[in-house]
Design a binder for this molecule. Structure first.
Ligand code: SOE
Length: 381
């Protein structure tokens, strides 16, 4: 291993996603042999005490309280956006204009119009860019991608995905502010459609191609909540639950559902694909397994196989422990950084790029529009 090319990282945001990203930047070179090495140069958060404590805990050399200063710094090569959704566009556009590479937490913008501006900015600047749709990098999900691409499923008939949570059932939960900005549509853009279904849609289109049309129903179960910042009771305008039917371009049919009102489910992301020759199922609560049914198996022993994705010939697994030992959620972010750095060494952007992630925002916009109109809506391309 020769000397690595160092890349100064500036992370904006020190919440949940700031932690997952910082952990990934800090660990990636310990497990992957890469030409580039991210250096935790600075973290940025509006609250000075939070920024300082975060920098110390995660090993950042410095901190800032104004993202504009971070973007202006010459020792920063990559701006990583892990702050609430209403900040994504402004920071990404300024970072691209300053010639920085840009990584952005999902969803890209609060809506497709915002995301289009972000795509235009990174493409005009010619800077590598990527959106953190981390579930693609679960080894079992990557194996599903390989199986689909190898044509093992045959003609695809059905795609089924759900993302179920239960953390907003209490009417006493306020909206707005740290962590709870996801309940405030002016900050988040939407509710579960942009937050949870966006993951399902990203994985679905990556596995099964573009979605042409959707018809949706959305609901806001709790209509008013107190707002942490204003201190007043304010209307809730996010979608608490969202379910839709979709037609893929390859003529397969799909159902998608997300909610934060499924008592007992914490982060149950499941997907299933049924093809003429084989089917697969995956479940985030059991993320190291892929269920696989192959109709070409001899009839007497045919059945669902529960593949334990921990062997060195499984995607990413040779970088980790020994066969049989599992990895988890945080590793998906490490894989995503590794893929980004590997692509960079080859002069490319890792997927999903901003442009690829924009395709997801066109679907979420159509879902929200259909929730309002009650009609089938065409998805823009
Ligand atoms: C919401 O609770 C959330 O944290 C999402 O914002 C993440 O994207 C998802 O991976 C887990 O749930």
């Amino acid at each position: 291993m020769g000397a690595k090319k160092k890349l100064g990282i500036g992370v904006v945001g020190c919440g949940f996603m700031g932690r997952t990203h910082s952990n990934a930047f800090g660990k990636v070179n310990r497990f992957f042999d890469l030409e580039y090495e991210p250096v935790l140069t600075a973290v940025c958060a509006r609250n000075i005490a939070a920024a300082e404590a975060f920098a110390e805990n995660w090993g950042f050399a410095s901190f800032e309280t104004d993202w504009r200063k971070l973007v202006a710094r010459r020792d920063i090569d990559i701006i990583d956006i892990a702050s609430p959704n209403d900040t994504h566009a402004e920071i990404a556009i300024a970072a691209a204009a300053a010639g920085k590479m840009v990584m952005c937490e999902k969803p890209l913008g609060r809506n497709a119009a915002e995301s289009e501006k972000m795509v235009a900015a990174v493409e005009a600047a010619g800077v590598p860019n990527m959106v953190w749709y981390n579930y693609r990098r679960v080894p079992a999900v990557m194996l599903a991608k390989q199986l689909v691409d190898e044509g093992r499923l045959g003609r695809i008939f059905h795609y089924r995905a759900k993302f179920l949570q239960d953390w907003t059932i209490s009417a006493d939960l306020p909206q707005g502010g740290a962590g709870l900005w996801r309940l405030d549509a002016s900050v988040a853009g939407s509710g579960v459609t942009g937050d949870l279904l966006a993951h399902c849609i990203d994985t679905a289109m990556w596995l099964n191609g573009p979605i042409d049309t959707v018809t949706a129903m959305t609901e806001t179960f709790i209509k008013e909540r107190s707002h942490t910042i204003s201190g007043k009771v304010e209307p809730v305008t996010i979608d608490d639950a969202s379910a839709f039917l979709a037609r893929f371009h390859n003529h397969s049919l799909a159902t998608f559902e997300a909610t934060r009102y499924a008592r007992g489910h914490k982060a149950l992301y499941t997907l299933e694909i049924n093809g003429a020759d084989a089917s697969i199922m995956w479940d985030l609560h059991d993320l190291h397994r892929l269920q696989y049914f192959d109709h070409s198996d001899e009839g007497r022993v045919r059945g669902w196989r529960s593949l334990h994705i921990t062997d060195s010939d499984h995607p990413y697994m040779k970088h980790w422990w020994v066969p049989g030992l599992q990895i988890g959620y945080e590793h998906t972010f490490i894989h995503q950084v590794a893929d980004f750095l590997e692509a960079l060494a080859g002069g490319k952007s890792a997927s999903p790029t901003f442009r690829e992630a924009l395709a997801t925002d066109y679907v979420t916009d159509a879902v929200l529009q259909s929730g309002r109109s009650g009609l089938w809506e065409q998805v823009r391309r």
